[in-house]
Design a binder for this molecule. Structure first.
Ligand code: MN
Length: 251
């Protein structure tokens, strides 16, 4: 393996038609894979598992966990029934990822959450989310960007003296935006590391006490590949956090 850490990437289960049949298929967008590998790690695609007993063994074999984007976390996870505006859910994936997050924290495995991943991290630790920004807030910001390319769409304000600020700088930064949900109540162990200044919604959160436990609402995997230094810095720090745990430490 050399000194390349192994990063587990969570999957989205989609019905895909191939060789004449439509079957549930585990998928990971290439952008996540390429961003992880460009930062110096191996991307290991992990299928969603109904069997949670396999989580400890998986985490013994990887150094980092990347929670990728996808469906809405099921509101049952934070004690609500589905409300108007909720989109597709996948409770099997929710259960698997929540177990991964909790077990990764116990083991000091670096965790990076993107979009749904950031929300999932918050929910796994006892926080909750807006099921639909348009229905539950008075935000005037369009968080589901309509521009064709993946470039910056709205600004976020990075909170000073956070891990995120140490990586991308405190203050205003432009990000892309492809979400209709957002973190609402922040889990006790987490702090907000960025907000959208126009509506106050949470755009990033982190555990200040962990080696690397950061979730962002935007999609740095797209902009990292396009050469954006701030996005590349996030993946570099994630991979470095995974390297510090390192394959040797898990032996
Ligand atoms: Mn946004």
């Amino acid at each position: 393996m050399g000194d390349r850490p192994a990063i587990a990437l969570t999957s989205r289960t989609l019905p895909l038609r191939a060789t004449g049949k439509t079957r549930p298929t585990e998928t990971v967008a290439r952008s996540y894979i390429e961003a992880v590998e460009a930062a110096g790690a191996y991307a290991w695609l992990v299928p969603n598992a109904g069997d949670l007993d396999r989580v400890p063994a998986l985490l013994e074999r990887v150094d980092g966990l990347l929670l990728t984007g996808g469906d809405d976390p099921h509101p049952h996870l934070f004690g609500e029934e589905p409300l108007p505006g909720i989109d597709q859910v996948d409770e099997r994936r929710d259960r698997f990822e929540i177990e991964l997050v909790r077990a990764a924290r116990e083991r000091g495995v670096a965790v990076f959450g993107i979009c749904r991943g950031a929300q999932l991290m918050n929910v796994a630790l006892g926080g909750d989310i807006y099921q639909d920004i348009a229905n539950q807030t008075d935000s005037k910001v369009e968080h589901t960007q309509s521009r064709i390319d993946d470039g910056p769409w709205h600004r976020v304000e990075v909170v000073p003296e956070t891990r995120l600020a140490s990586l991308v700088g405190a203050g205003s930064m432009a990000v892309n935006s492809f979400h209709h949900q957002a973190c609402r109540r922040v889990a006790d162990e987490l702090v907000v590391s960025a907000r959208c200044p126009a509506d106050g919604l949470i755009e990033a959160l982190e555990d200040p006490g962990a080696a690397f436990f950061l979730g962002v609402q935007w999609h740095p995997e797209l902009t990292a590949l396009a050469g954006d230094p701030a996005s590349q810095a996030l993946f570099a720090a994630f991979v470095e956090g995974a390297r510090r745990r390192g394959p040797a430490a898990s032996k």
